[in-house]
Design a protein around this ligand. Structure first.
Ligand code: 13P
Ligand code: SF4
Length: 368
């Protein structure tokens, strides 16, 4: 494989403005729904009894002393989901009490997008970051999509705007543009197709071009470039969680834990990927652990995921350097409860922009 990549420095694109995650015309506005009464959140014997089977699922990662705080929220959220005909779609990085106790569907970005299409509920509450909620809304224009905290951004999504993509197109006329789903609807509206970490190479090659613009993750772009003959023009964005891992740190873990299997997300720099035994999306990493059952494993990714996998795979020992995604961690049980009580914060996307953005997500979903 050629591994050819040219990285487009952000500063070389004139007028590139980096304004934060809320670059999209999508916004979270005041609720147009009637609020329900806030449930009583006392930890009673009845709540303890009702939530005991759920605590069983997480007892290896949540100490008993913490459960009386979570349990009243878990019980109230599960009841309100039925009242609102709502589902919770949770990303693999959500904390164990969300992932295991209130989520209806869990997965990586591609799985969540597919699940959003399949859902029959009236309301989708996104346990994840803003771009994920936007993607759910793009795919469900007639449903109500709520994000429990609209400040849950992503360093990749905030690294590029739709205006940047238009400038790149001027600079490279005719070159197709692939956007990682970790982008705003504003960016998705300007590109040819989206991809996730689980289908990036396939999406790039599906375009039949010898050169492709791939944005905004420079490391994913480099990792893709090593697996294809297509020449890649990248963008200097990065995930603030995955770029912190280093090859030397992982080599030290390997030396300290003989026989350990080290698996990484492709948002990590290529020299980190090089010292790992496997690289894949969050769902592929989970599948690796569940099917191969290594004696000892280190997951080079956001650290709640190791808790979630550990809860489901007794017998596997996890070595856990903990890099948290501060954006994912903005989503909590109290905020999910508020979302269901007050029906906030709703994702609203300008219909004309949504139509263009939906095309690039749908084109990815249609690629089997
Ligand atoms: P996945 O699609 O692999 O779940 O990745 C999403 C993400 O944000 C990783 O940081
Ligand atoms: Fe974005 Fe990185 Fe957080 Fe994933 S882990 S949501 S890529 S900042």
């Amino acid at each position: 494989m050629s591994g050819q990549i040219h990285l487009e420095p952000r500063a070389r694109v004139p007028a590139a403005v980096l304004t934060g995650f809320d670059v999209s015309p999508a916004f979270a506005g005041p609720s147009r729904f009637k609020a329900l009464p806030m449930p009583d959140l006392t930890y009673t014997d009845e709540i303890a009894r009702l939530t005991a089977p759920l605590y069983e699922k997480v007892k290896s990662v949540i100490p008993p002393v913490e459960w009386p705080f979570h349990a009243p929220y878990v019980a109230a959220i599960n009841r309100l989901k039925r009242e609102r005909n709502a589902v919770i779609l949770a990303h693999n990085y959500q904390t164990p009490e969300i992932y295991n106790c209130v989520a209806d569907m869990v997965g990586d970005s591609l799985q969540l997008a597919r699940m959003a299409v399949a859902s029959e509920a009236d309301v989708i509450v996104q346990g994840g970051v803003h771009f994920m909620a936007e993607t759910s809304k793009l795919l469900n224009p007639h449903k109500t999509v709520l994000i429990p905290d609209s400040r849950a951004g992503c360093s990749l999504a905030s690294s590029i705007t739709g205006a940047d993509v238009r400038l790149l197109r001027q600079r490279y006329p005719g070159v197709p543009v692939v956007a990682y789903v970790n982008t705003s609807a504003d960016v998705k509206a300007e590109v040819d197709i989206c991809c996730t970490s689980s289908n990036a190479v396939k999406v790039v090659e599906s375009l039949g071009a010898d050169t492709v613009i791939f944005l905004p993750d420079q490391y994913l772009a480099r990792n893709v470039a090593r697996q294809t003959k297509v020449r890649i023009i990248g963008w200097a964005g990065s995930c603030e969680v995955h770029e912190r891992f280093t090859a030397s740190e992982l080599n030290e873990y390997r030396a300290a834990h003989p026989g350990i299997e080290i698996i990484a997300h492709p948002e990590c720099p290529p020299d980190v990927v090089d010292v790992c035994d496997f690289t894949g999306s969050t769902a592929a990493m989970i599948d690796y652990v569940q099917t191969r059952r290594p004696k000892k494993v280190l997951m080079v990714t956001e650290c709640s995921m190791a808790d979630n996998v550990a809860a489901e795979t007794p017998g596997v020992e996890f070595v856990r350097p903990c890099n948290l995604c501060p954006h994912m961690k903005r989503i909590t049980l109290p905020k999910i409860l508020d979302a269901l009580v007050y029906m906030r914060e709703e994702i609203i996307i300008d219909p004309a922009l949504a139509l263009r953005a939906r095309r690039s997500v749908q084109r990815m979903i249609d690629l089997r």
